[in-house]
Design a protein around this ligand. Structure first.
Ligand SMILES: [Fe+2]
Length: 242
């Protein structure tokens, strides 16, 4: 499996707190069949504005963790990206390293849980027209989606991709997120399943259990698309057609 949303690099944002924790997380990921992870550090998130997410710093931390993985014979490859907090400046920042995945073809975008600004429709459209496909991170955790599912259809109709958190499906992010994530799967509105792992305890890689649940609803072939084919196309910068 290829996990395109997680916070495994240590001491960077609200993700892993130490190299030891990162290794625990990645060992657990490997045991669940994960071969590749894209670290998605928070980018321009109002709570984490002091993060040094310069390419140099992230590459340095990733290189160090990758060598530890190699040393402990945990066969996982680390890729780099970010989870961009929504503002109207998405096109402007898209030239910055790490804000896009797959050679500037995809951008993972998160909203505040309680507020999805009206401007998002035009901004995401403009981003898509500029050649970058928006990937909406964990929509099931947004109040607006929990109250009105139609926004998920609107995003899909506008050419966005939908990424659901594994923990939401398992009920680890609360009942509302669980119900909403189940609906996204049942309505076949999910394109990518990802861990959004933050630590080695309550927010670890639980992607296999989530995958198994999804498989019981939409079957193996459709489930494999969410953890193998689609994330693979994304990190390789290939187009996805639906
Ligand atoms: Fe995240």
């Amino acid at each position: 499996m290829i996990d395109i949303h997680n916070h495994i690099l240590p001491n960077l944002d609200d993700g892993s707190k130490s190299t030891e924790m990162s290794l625990n997380m990645l060992k657990y990921a490997y045991e669940q069949g994960v071969t590749d992870v894209v670290n998605t550090v928070h980018f321009q998130h109002p709570t984490f504005l002091n993060i040094d997410n310069s390419l140099d710093n992230i590459q340095r931390i990733a290189k160090s963790l990758q060598s530890k993985l190699d040393e402990f014979k945990i066969p996982i490859k680390i890729h780099l990206g970010s989870e961009v907090f929504y503002y109207e400046n998405l096109i402007k920042i898209s030239d910055e390293p790490l804000t896009t995945l797959g050679g500037r073809k995809y951008m993972l975008i998160e909203f505040s849980p309680k507020n999805i600004p009206n401007s998002q429709k035009q901004t995401l459209y403009d981003l898509k027209m500029s050649g970058i496909t928006p990937i909406i991170a964990h929509p099931e955790r947004y109040k607006l989606v929990q109250e009105n599912f139609s926004i998920v259809y609107d995003w899909i109709n506008a050419g966005c991709l939908i990424q659901v958190d594994a923990g939401s499906l398992l009920g680890l992010m609360g009942e509302k997120a669980k119900n909403s994530s189940h609906l996204i799967i049942k309505e076949k509105c999910c394109h990518i399943l990802a861990s959004d792992a933050h630590n080695d305890s309550n927010r670890n890689f639980c992607i296999k259990d989530a995958y198994n649940w999804v498989k019981s609803i939409i079957g193996k072939k459709n489930s494999d698309l969410l953890v193998y084919e689609h994330p693979s196309s994304i990190i390789n910068g290939e187009d996805l057609y639906f």
